[in-house]
Design a protein around this ligand. Structure first.
Ligand SMILES: Nc1ncnc2c1ncn2[C@@H]1O[C@H](COP(=O)(O)OP(=O)(O)OP(=O)(O)O)[C@@H](O)[C@H]1O
Length: 391
């Protein structure tokens, strides 16, 4: 850790140190004082403070946030007349020390979520085919859980789409790397990593197959510093391909939510995804029926009617079939209506649960978060206590 040259005998030294301890690194989400990022604090007789903060990497995308937070916290200390923040960069040794500190002595390439004592609930969001709204469900569920005070990470493993970062407004972000450790991108109270962020260049086409795919998935689980998460949500690619198998092997404790639309064809392929998950020993905790219905106001009677645009009952059908196949109850956890505002929220990087929380779609997604949060940490073999959703 770098030498910290806080002027120890100055009366302001202690309150300034306490103020700096309230500043979290925006990516690592731990106090900068604990991370060895405060290199020096100098106070002159008039109460002017110069804080030298070491960034993990020179191009740290959040350095302005850090500068602002340090200025605000130190500036609020009584007796401080002005604050100047100088930004430096850690040396290789300092970065290596930080990496070791964060890894906490954990051996290389160990997946923390797969360890028996892990307190993180890992939920994979799967679908039989593309375009049913799996990514939309993942990001909105993640935000709704975060709004309930949960610490949530989102891992976008959709090798075909990687739409999650754009939906969360960080479509262009690249994660910061500290040595061989990757810091997830912080956004809207979540931590996000997308397989698309691991491409050496954004425009590069990578065939996510075989060993390259496996390495990328291991990297996202073992080399990313997720910190203590209550939930890790995985956005799987549609279908039952390589990613599902690979993640099934890496995270046998993961639970699975299957997203489907009400159409019969979508429902049948969704069942395959669910059955596949269970073959990998992952428990299917429920089905989300998306694009369930459209609410329209009748021009004649002015009442709200529910129109089943894509038919009805697909979610219940999938849940019923999976339940019979798997030998335990698989409930329908939510029915999310079609709503153009849900699409707009995703396109704008401002998902509907935060942008328009009062809409029926947002309420259905928040209800899904409530049901999951109410269960607490799922222990293998434990009764889930989830009730089927009422119509
Ligand atoms: N309930 C809904 N109402 C309106 N639009 C929706 C709804 N759910 C999803 N969409 C829109 O449908 C499109 C596909 O959704 P999304 O990307 O979430 O699906 P996906 O299953 O993750 O697809 P893929 O796996 O191909 O990425 C998006 O434009 C999204 O905004």
């Amino acid at each position: 850790m770098p030498e910290q040259t806080v002027v120890a005998d100055h009366p302001l030294a202690e309150p300034i140190k306490a103020a700096l301890a309230r500043v979290n690194d925006p990516e690592i989400k731990r106090p900068i004082t604990e991370l060895g990022m405060v290199q020096a604090v100098d106070v002159d007789p008039t109460g002017r403070v110069l804080v030298t903060v070491l960034l993990t990497v020179a191009g740290c995308p959040l350095k302005d946030t850090l500068r602002r937070d340090v200025t605000a916290q130190v500036g609020a200390v009584p007796g401080v007349s002005a604050v100047e923040v100088e930004l430096g960069v850690m040396t290789d040794e300092q970065r290596a020390a930080l990496r070791d500190q964060l890894k906490g002595g954990q051996p290389e390439r160990e997946i923390p979520f797969a360890q028996p004592g892990s307190l993180t609930t890992v939920i994979a969001v799967a679908s039989g085919k593309g375009g049913v709204g799996k990514s939309s469900v993942t990001v909105n569920l993640a935000l709704a859980l975060a709004a309930r005070g949960k610490s949530v990470g989102v891992l976008d493993a959709d090798i075909y789409g990687h739409s999650v970062p754009a939906m969360l407004g960080v479509g262009d972000a690249r994660p910061t790397a500290v040595e061989d450790m990757i810091l997830p991108v912080p956004t809207q109270d979540l931590k996000v990593i997308s397989i698309g962020m691991l491409k050496p260049r954004r425009d590069q086409v990578v065939a996510w197959r075989g060993p390259i795919l496996d390495r990328a998935l291991t990297q996202m689980l073992a080399d990313v510093y997720w910190g203590d998460l209550d939930y890790l949500l995985l956005d799987l690619p549609p279908g039952t391909g390589d990613v599902a198998i690979s993640l099934g092997q890496k995270l046998p404790n993961a639970e699975v939510i299957v997203v489907t639309t009400p159409q019969q064809a979508a429902a049948e392929v969704a069942e395959r995804a669910g059955t596949m998950a269970s073959m990998l020993n992952q428990r299917v905790i429920g089905v989300v029926e998306n694009m369930s219905y459209l609410e329209t106001t009748c021009p004649h009677c002015h009442e709200t009617h529910r129109v089943d645009v894509f038919g009805s009952g697909g979610g219940a059908e999938v849940a019923g079939t999976l339940g019979r196949r798997l030998g335990y109850e698989v409930p329908v956890l939510a029915e999310i209506p079609l709503d153009p505002r849900l699409r707009v929220g995703g396109d704008d990087g401002n998902p509907i649960v935060t942008a328009e929380p009062e809409t029926a779609a947002a309420r259905a997604l928040s209800g899904l978060a409530d049901r999951l949060a109410a269960r607490g940490k799922n222990l293998a073999g434990r009764q889930l206590g989830l009730q089927p959703v009422g119509r």
